[in-house]
Every structure is written in structure tokens, then in C-alpha cells.
Write a protein that binds this ligand. Structure first.
Ligand code: HEM
Length: 408
């Protein structure tokens, strides 16, 4: 099939800068719409209204595991590297999904996460001690990226000094590989990632500690049904899940606040208001624009369309969160509203496992920034801000910021 023109641009820089006019048109005219994806060939259903996105995320007929939807001859054969990296809960359905999720879910309950607060606050404070006297930083490199990365690596028991390498590896997993050279480079990085993990697993196997890594390695051995591939993939998922997510929750919220100094000052004066504000930041400009694609496991009639077995379906969370049928004045950032019905963490069986942690990190990070960096503002012209080409994510390349430094 030759490359087909798309009615809606869901990838270009204008779309990235402000996707909402496109989403509004889709919700109005084509709430369930099939057009080609990134490869210019494969038709994909794009779903943009809140009620549809919400219902489809909970509907068992839309699955994550291609083997539950596609006829055997159409199931992509995973390479050994894919098997090592992709055998995790987010790619599984039903009992397999429950088994993989329950192995780690205990560590992410609201209670366990609340116990981490002092440590998250100390990490945020330490990062700000380093930069505060400078009066400027790249918010992403210097703060929003290191904070959640150090937290998750400490939780898992992975040396956090190695975090720069994890960033390269996480990018290799997330960036679409558009060229053969890009693919070769990604394979190189991901091979290095698996070698690193293999060495770490061997260390914990020989000498267990009280960390999640040791617990997972033990589950892999104790016949709890965790295969070697699943062990690798679960670690990779947990390490990378916070990389383009919590980072961009913090960065997108700070960008919104630099555009609204009165709101910035009001929140600085009222730290208790931050948890509710975080819900609104997640609704207004959440880091994950789309859920990972699902496949229809059977023919499904939906909204006057026939979605055929094996068709890919993409649910656009960022559009659902701006649906005026669900949220009044969706384009207004209003921290006083009850935004908790947002879909920024997804819905249904794959609802974000890390949501309590992300909420805690977001609130701690934003309160620390507002308390320590007076008059926090953008350090470049708005026109110089660039979004990364990461379909499905709202990720700025950099967010230079400045603040007032007292000379005394
Ligand atoms: C603001 C930050 C975050 C956002 C917006 C976010 C968003 C999401 C979304 C939308 C999903 C569902 C994807 C889908 O159904 O296609 C998801 C799943 C997941 N998230 Fe997060 N996430 C965040 C932070 C984290 C953190 C910090 C962790 C853990 C360290 C984490 C771990 C996971 C895991 C393990 C899943 C898969 C759950 C499953 O398949 O059952 N997330 N996340």
C-alpha cells in the first residue's frame, strides 16, 4: 500500500505545540476515526471523546497482547531482544497481566508510597541546594529528570549513579526507530541495557538485599512463575515508566505556572493546595497523550463503526481530558476544579501502577520549586520551546527557567 494522506496531523511540530484544536475537530467531526499511523501504511482507529476512551479502556474486547487478537500468521515474531524487554504487565491481558502486576503492586500502594515522602523531599531539596544559587537551570536536566529517576532506582535497589545511562537506554526504548541506522543504534543501547541488568541480577542472586530487585530475582527462582524474560521486562518497565512521565508532569506544570504568575504565587503561598492542583495539571497537560495501542480481539460495533478483529485502536487520553462534555471550560487551567476524573493515568486493568508515587513526586517537586525559587519564570522566549518527537508523550526538549537570587 502506498503512503496515504492523513486527514489529521498527529505528529508535526504545530500539532505538538498545541494539539487541542486538532483534538477538538476530531471530537466534533470524527470521534472514532481511522487513518494511517506513523508508518504511513497501517490504518489505526483514533478515539478522542471522553466517554468512548473511558469505556474502551475498561472493555475486555480491546486487548494489549497481539496473540489475543490476531490470527497466528499475523502475530509479529518478537526478536530475542523484544522478548527480553516487552514481556511485562502492560503487554499482557487477563490472568497473565494480574500475575505480573501483583508481583510488584505491593510496593506501590498509597500507604507504602506515603512512607517515601521524607526521602522524596530530601532528594528534591538536595537537587535544589545545588542549583538555587545559580539563578537559572534547565528544569528538565537539573531537576525534573533526576528526581523521579533517583526515587525509582533507590526503590528497586539499582545504583542511582548510573542514571545517565538509564536515560539513554530509556530513550532507545521510547523513540520510534525510523531508519535502519536508528534501529541498529537502539539495538546496541538495548543490548547494553540487558547486559547491565544481567550483571545486577547475578549480584543480587549471590547476595540478596532488602530491595525490590532482590525480591524479583527471588520470585524468578522460587517457582512463583516469573520467567527470566519477564524478570528483565518488569525491571525495564519499572525503570522506564517514570522517565517520560513524572518528568513531564513536573515540566509541563512549571511551564503552565510560568505563564500564570498569579497562580504560581497563589500556590507558593498555599502548599496544601498542591495535590488538587496536580490533578488539574494532569488533566490540563498530562505527560501521556495516548494510551498504548490496543487491538480489537473480535469484531466490535462502536459509535456507528465496525472495528474489525485485529484492528489497532489508539485512545487519546489528552483529548478525553479536554472534552467539554466532561469538563467545563476544558481549556482553562483551574486548580479549584475537581479534576480527579481525568484519564491521565489511564483506566481499567492497566491503570497506572505508579500513580500514587507520581502524585507524591509531582506535589513534592512543585512545592519545593515554588518555595525555593522566587519569581520562577521562563528563561527563553516561548517561541524557542521545542517538543520532542515522541508520539504519545507531551515532552519538552528542555525547559530553561530563571529565578531571583538575593545578593545578600
Ligand atoms: C505523571 C506520571 C505518570 C503518568 C501520567 C503515567 C501514566 C500511565 C498510563 C496512562 C498508563 C496506562 C497505559 C495504558 O493503559 O496504555 C500507565 C501504566 C503504568 N505505569 Fe504509569 N504513569 C506515570 C508514572 C509512573 C511511575 C512513576 C511508575 C512506576 C515507577 C509507573 C508505572 C506504570 C506501570 C508499571 C504501568 C503498567 C500497569 C499495567 O499494565 O497494569 N508510572 N501509566
Amino acid at each position: 500500500m502506498s503512503e496515504q494522506a492523513r486527514k489529521y496531523d498527529l505528529y508535526g511540530p504545530d500539532f505538538k505545540r498545541d494539539p487541542h484544536p486538532t483534538f477538538e475537530a476530531m471530537r466534533r467531526d470524527d470521534p472514532i476515526y481511522s487513518q494511517t499511523g506513523l508508518d504511513g501504511k497501517t490504518p489505526i482507529w483514533f478515539v478522542t471523546r471522553y466517554d468512548d476512551v473511558d469505556a474502551m479502556l475498561r472493555d475486555k474486547r480491546f486487548v494489549r497482547d497481539a496473540r489475543n487478537a490476531l490470527p497466528p500468521d499475523r502475530i509479529p515474531q518478537p526478536s530475542p531482544l523484544d522478548a527480553m524487554l516487552g514481556n511485562h504487565m502492560l503487554n499482557r491481558d487477563g490472568d497473565d497481566h494480574v500475575r505480573l502486576r501483583s508481583l510488584v503492586s505491593q510496593a506501590f500502594t498509597p500507604k507504602r508510597v506515603a512512607d517515601l515522602r521524607p526521602r522524596v523531599e530530601a532528594i528534591a531539596s538536595g537537587l535544589l541546594d545545588d542549583v538555587a544559587p545559580r539563578g537559572e537551570m534547565d528544569l528538565i536536566d537539573d531537576f525534573a529528570f533526576p528526581l523521579p529517576t533517583i526515587v525509582i532506582l533507590e526503590m528497586l535497589g539499582v545504583p542511582s549513579e548510573d542514571r545517565a545511562r538509564f536515560r539513554v537506554w530509556a530513550n532507545a526504548l521510547l523513540e520510534p526507530m525510523m531508519t535502519p541506522e536508528g534501529q541498529a543504534e537502539a539495538v546496541r543501547h538495548l543490548t547494553a541495557f540487558t547486559e547491565y541488568l544481567r550483571a545486577l541480577f547475578a549480584e543480587r542472586r549471590a547476595e540478596p538485599r532488602g530491595d525490590m530487585l532482590s525480591a524479583l530475582v527471588a520470585a524468578g527462582h522460587a517457582g512463583e512463575g516469573l520467567s527470566e524474560d519477564e524478570l528483565f521486562s518488569t525491571m525495564v518497565l519499572l525503570i522506564t515508566a517514570g522517565h517520560e512521565t513524572t518528568v513531564n508532569l513536573i515540566a509541563n506544570a512549571v511551564l503552565a505556572l510560568t505563564r500564570r504568575p498569579a497562580l504560581r504565587d497563589a500556590l507558593a503561598a498555599d502548599p496544601d493546595a498542591m495535590p488538587a492542583a496536580v490533578e488539574e495539571f494532569l488533566r490540563f497537560d498530562g505527560p501521556v497523550e495516548r494510551a498504548i495501542n490496543r487491538w480489537a480481539a473480535e469484531d466490535v460495533e462502536w459509535g456507528g463503526h465496525l472495528i474489525r478483529r485485529g484492528d489497532p485502536v489508539i485512545l487519546i487520553l489528552g483529548s478525553a481530558n479536554h472534552d467539554a462534555e466532561r469538563f467545563d471550560r476544558p481549556g482553562d487551567l483551574d486548580v479549584a476544579r475537581d479534576a480527579r476524573a481525568h484519564l491521565a493515568f489511564g483506566k481499567g486493568p492497566h491503570y497506572c501502577l505508579g500513580a500514587p508515587l507520581a502524585r507524591l513526586e509531582g506535589a513534592v517537586a512543585l512545592n519545593a520549586l515554588l518555595a525555593r525559587l522566587p519569581n520562577l519564570r521562563l528563561g527563553v522566549d516561548e517561541a524557542d520551546l521545542r517538543y520532542r518527537f515522541l508520539p504519545g508523550f507531551r515532552a519538552l526538549e528542555a525547559l530553561p527557567v530563571r529565578w531571583d537570587v538575593s545578593s545578600g
